[in-house]
Every structure is written in structure tokens, then in C-alpha cells.
Design a binder for this molecule. Structure first.
Ligand code: NDP
Length: 345
């Protein structure tokens, strides 16, 4: 059983050398004793690379993240993924079932002692299984509920999305277009900016790495200001956005990836805009919304089938390439949703 372990706890930017691959033997059966009661054994097919995994790589987690725990150095790292049940002692799961969930080890086979958190995959016809790490999984739900619940979008709203070509951003832009918003995205390369405009239907896009003055870039794209900011990055971008928000604007704070690797978070200077412009700024945590998963599927599956929403994935082949793919999220190496393919379906 090939497995990926954390070599040591990380501070600053994670590097490929912070993770290593090793091989151990595993019995392809759920233990028959008490330890295997209600457990399932999965053959892992796809693993998801997600920014929150950086948090779990550090020893001391901030007290405001009670839902996260540090990875143990003695077990493979864990995250979202898709697998096939190869053995089960749980009455809800049988051999051959396809599942996705958040407790899947970075390894070829995972024994899941408490499979209650796994979702069974029922919709596979013509839909890539890897989508359950992205559009049909956690990032999809995040994009949908964070944008609609907090953004309260309506036709004609001017919407700005940062990290706009990623797992979540590409969906937010498309959801906003579906209801008739004007949508601009930013991303970190020319290729990604092209993708935003040609594939995801963004009205305009810019490469934030090439803009010396973010305020000027936002004024160019939004001469009349921004109604909804979907924030994936925080930091300097958030500061620049605050002064470009319209009266009664909404800021959906989905993530702050620009801050995750900093020893000292950057301070935000322009918070007074929240007060002056009566902005509603609200954070979002997807783990509080899993009970709404079927509602989300009811919306998104027809969108995919009717071609109203597209999804771009960046699939890395092989567990041994997983570490590079995972740390690549923090340099923008991924184009679209970063997935690691572990085995053939
Ligand atoms: P992405 O697929 O967008 O990958 C991360 C991207 O972030 C990179 O490709 C890169 O794109 C961009 N990025 C990396 N470092 C920086 C930086 N310093 N400044 C600006 N951009 C940077 O990831 P996701 O779509 O999965 O996640 C997007 C955000 O949503 C993250 O902040 C994540 O933590 C958050 N999130 C929040 C959840 C919630 O419940 N609130 C749930 C899941 C994710 P580029 O080339 O454009 O720079």
C-alpha cells in the first residue's frame, strides 16, 4: 500500500520535500475482530488537493480553527477523495459501491472505521468520477452556498471573483453568469485569464500578478463599483476591493489563500468601507452545509448534463506525484481543480 506521509510540520510555504512516499503491506479485508466492526475498506481512485490541507500540515493550529486538527506524522495525510468499496462490515455499504468523503487517506487503500461521513455516489452516467472531488463535492457546494447565501445575487449585479479559475472560482463565475450578472475574475497567469474569458464566460478578467496597482485594475473593470466580491484570497486584494465596493455591497469571504503561508497575516487597512458603504461581509464554512448536499445536486447535475456549466480539472497521474500537486496550489501551478488520480476506475 503506497502512502504519503508528512515528513515534519510546516511553517511558511509548503514544499514537496515536506511530504514523502512510502510503502507498507495491507490485507485487502476489513479486520474480522472488534477493530473492523462497521468499517469499510476503500480502493482509492482520486484524491483532492485542497488549500485547507496546508493548515493541517502545521503543528499549532490557530484557536479559531477548532474544526481542523494537525496531521499525525505517523499516518498518511488525509483529505477528500473518491474510492470504491472493496470490503465492508457496515450495513450501508457493500463491495463495489462508489463513495466520496473527507477522511480518505493519501494511499492506495484506506480502512475507514467510521464510514458515516462518506457519501454514496449514485450519479455516474456520463459524469467523470473525479468530479466528486470538485464540482460535485466539497468545492462545488462551497461555490454554490457561499455565493448564493452570502452574495444574494440578482440580475445585473457586478460580481468580482479572485482565484477565479480554481476549483471554486470557475464555478462562482458561471453561477453568476447564469443569473445575468456582470462578472470579472482575476487569476495568476495569462493562460488562466484566457480560460476565464473563453471557457467560463467571464465578461472580463485580469492577471493580478501583472497589475502594479490593484485599485486601478478594479476601477478599470468596475467603473461603477462592485456589488458582490467572492473572496478566495484575502490580503492586499481584499483591501483594494473594499474601496471599490458599492453601497450595500456583499463580500462572501470564502478563503484567504494569500495569508495561509505567512508568519504574520497582513493587516487590512480599508475596513472602514464596511461601515461607510453598509457592506455585508460574511465568512463561510462548508462543513456546516453538508446536510444540503442533495439540494445542491438537484441544481448542479442538470446544469452539467445540459451543458450550462463546464468544469476544468488538472489531473495529476500517480500518488507519487501527489505531493508536488498539493504544494503547487500555493504557487498557482494548478489550472482548474487539482486532482490526483491514484488508480484506474
Ligand atoms: P484553487 O483551485 O483556486 O487553488 C488555489 C489557487 O489560489 C491557486 O491556483 C492560485 O491561483 C491561487 N493562489 C495561491 N496563492 C495565492 C496568493 N498568494 N494570492 C492570490 N492567489 C493565490 O483552490 P480552491 O478553489 O479549492 O480554493 C479557493 C479558496 O477557497 C481558498 O482560499 C480555500 O481555502 C477556500 N475554501 C473555503 C472553503 C470554505 O468552506 N469556506 C472550502 C474550500 C475552500 P492563481 O494562479 O490565480 O494565483
Amino acid at each position: 500500500n503506497k502512502q504519503v506521509f508528512l515528513a515534519d510540520y510546516v511553517s511558511g510555504f509548503p514544499e514537496e520535500s515536506n511530504l514523502y512516499l512510502t510503502t507498507s503491506s495491507i490485507k485487502l479485508k476489513v479486520p474480522e475482530d472488534q477493530s473492523g466492526k462497521d468499517a469499510v475498506l476503500l480502493k482509492n481512485l482520486y484524491l483532492s488537493c485542497d488549500p485547507f490541507m496546508r493548515g493541517r500540515m502545521q503543528r499549532d493550529l490557530p484557536p479559531d480553527r477548532p474544526e481542523l486538527s494537525s496531521y499525525s506524522l505517523g499516518s498518511p495525510i488525509v483529505g477528500f477523495g473518491v474510492g470504491r468499496v472493496v470490503d465492508s462490515r457496515h450495513s450501508d455499504f457493500k463491495k463495489g459501491d462508489l463513495v466520496w468523503g473527507s477522511t480518505i487517506g493519501w494511499e492506495e487503500y484506506s480502512l475507514i472505521p467510521n464510514p458515516e461521513d462518506l457519501f454514496k455516489i449514485n450519479h455516474t452516467d456520463d459524469i467523470p468520477l473525479s468530479y466528486y472531488t470538485g464540482i460535485l463535492g466539497m468545492p462545488g457546494m462551497t461555490a454554490y452556498f457561499c455565493f448564493f447565501d452570502i452574495g444574494s445575487p440578482k440580475e445585473g449585479d457586478r460580481v468580482y471573483v479572485s482565484a477565479a479559475s480554481g476549483a471554486i472560482g470557475q464555478l462562482v463565475g458561471q453561477f453568476a453568469k447564469l443569473i445575468g450578472c456582470y462578472v470579472v475574475g482575476s487569476a495568476g497567469s495569462k493562460e488562466k485569464v484566457e480560460l476565464l474569458k473563453t471557457k467560463f464566460g467571464y465578461d472580463d478578467a485580469f492577471n493580478y500578478k501583472e497589475e502594479h496597482d490593484l485599485d486601478a485594475a478594479l476601477k478599470r473593470c468596475f467603473p461603477e463599483g462592485i456589488d458582490i466580491y467572492f473572496d478566495n484570497v484575502g490580503g492586499k486584494m481584499l483591501d483594494a476591493v473594499l474601496v471599490n465596493m458599492r453601497l450595500h455591497g456583499r463580500i462572501a469571504v470564502c478563503g484567504m489563500i494569500s495569508q495561509y503561508n505567512l508568519e504574520q497575516p497582513e493587516s487590512v487597512q480599508n475596513l472602514s468601507a464596511v461601515f461607510y458603504k453598509q457592506i455585508r461581509m460574511e465568512g463561510f464554512a462548508v462543513y456546516e452545509h453538508y446536510h444540503r448536499y442533495s439540494k445542491f445536486l438537484d441544481f448542479v447535475l442538470p446544469c452539467i448534463k445540459e451543458g450550462k456549466i463546464v468544469y476544468v480539472e488538472d489531473i495529476t497521474e500517480g500518488l507519487e506525484r501527489g505531493p508536488a500537486a498539493l504544494v503547487g496550489l500555493f504557487s498557482g501551478r494548478n489550472v482548474g481543480k487539482q486532482v490526483v488520480k491514484v488508480a484506474q476506475e
